[in-house]
Design a protein around this ligand. Structure first.
Ligand code: NAD
Length: 316
């Protein structure tokens, strides 16, 4: 099987690359490295089953060989990144998704769209089921990402209706693990790096807003299973265990044996108050649910950041 992974040099994408290569597939990564890192995939550069195309998905993509499956993950994903690259984010969600869908159509390939829980915006129902249409500010700062992904979902559904293209849309809830960038602004790498340096941990608002965190190995398993089913409607993938941001900060602080204090900052505009996936559909359709507890996952990431920070110090 030949798999094309757009955004394969990023955090989740690079774990998918490892997984598909391990299972004997041939893998092509298309990534312009806007938020990804070559080092995430460097281990495969000498592998004959692996090809890296350093390219923007907004440019059209002639591939030499036929592909069987396209996993479309390319997109800035952290609020820090998509606020820095608002137009690039919207171009990627629209033109980039169109190009990937066209490529799937020409190849007769299956197509998986990595969408997001952000399509629910600041949700008015809790937990969020796939039937909920969301509460998104269409012109707020986050809209470049939220509305971009909503457009990408609509386009994917359109290709299914018009061309019967085999598509699946997954709505990923907060996922964490090794290879997140320390400065990407997402809560787990930020807290861990602040705690490891005993610097103040920055909490937005009063810290009572909630999130649910899924370890990347669980997410990769969910994505692999989703890529094999015939289901053209969205599927939530995430860990339904819900924590307040303050609880998360406390757990990270303890695991890092840190003396950090908390620094409370204003809540960003349109920040969701609650986030928790209803994964009934994923359980039924994919026989999937997350297995890795938050404490265990965090320990892995803390160890990974410690090693990364050491190797940066050595290189200096
Ligand atoms: N990590 C999460 O918690 C989370 C949650 C919801 C949805 N997602 C979705 O999963 C996908 C991967 O997220 P991630 O956390 O790995 O982010 P990431 O930023 O680490 O990876 C995204 C990758 O896409 C690449 N990219 C972006 N725009 C591109 C373009 N125009 N052309 C080619 N490559 C491009 C980047 O260089 C990067 O390697 C994204 O689509 C994101 O929206 C992630």
């Amino acid at each position: 099987m030949k798999v094309l992974i757009s955004g394969g040099a990023g955090f989740i994408g690079s774990h998918l690359v490892d997984r598909f290569l391990n299972e004997g597939a041939k893998v092509i990564v298309v990534d312009n490295l806007i938020t990804g890192l070559k080092s995430n995939i460097a281990a495969h550069f000498n592998n004959k089953d692996f090809e890296f195309i350093n390219q923007d998905v907004c440019e059209s993509l002639p591939t030499k060989d036929k592909v069987d499956l396209i996993l479309h993950l390319a997109s800035p994903a952290s609020p820090f990144d998509y606020l820095k690259y608002p137009i690039e984010t919207m171009r990627t969600a629209s033109i980039g998704t169109f190009n990937m869908l066209e490529l799937a159509r020409k190849n007769g390939a299956r197509f998986l769209l990595a969408s997001t829980s952000e399509v629910y915006g600041d949700p008015q129902i809790h937990p969020q089921t796939e039937k909920y249409w969301g509460n998104v500010n269409p012109v707020g700062p986050r809209s470049v990402y939220d509305e971009g992904k909503r457009f990408a979902e609509a386009l994917t559904a359109g290709f299914y209706r018009k061309y019967k293209l085999p598509v699946v849309i997954i709505r990923i809830f907060n996922t964490y693990g090794p290879r997140m960038r320390p400065g990407d602004g997402r809560v787990i790498p930020t807290f861990i790096n602040q705690a490891l340096r005993n610097e103040p941990i920055s909490i937005f608002g009063d810290g009572n807003q909630t999130r649910s965190f899924c370890y990347v190995d669980d997410m990769v398993e969910g994505i692999c299973r989703a890529s094999q089913v015939n289901h053209s409607q969205p599927i939530n993938l995430g860990n339904p265990r819900e924590y307040t941001i303050l609880q998360l900060a406390e757990i990270v602080k303890n695991l890092c044996q840190s003396t950090s204090q908390y620094k409370f900052l204003p809540l960003p505009q349109d920040d969701p108050q609650k986030r928790k996936p209803d994964i009934t559909k994923a359980k039924k359709l994919l026989q999937w649910e997350p297995k890795i507890e938050l404490e265990q996952g965090l320990k892995n990431v803390i160890e990974w950041f410690k090693k990364e920070n050491q190797s940066i110090l050595h290189k200096r």
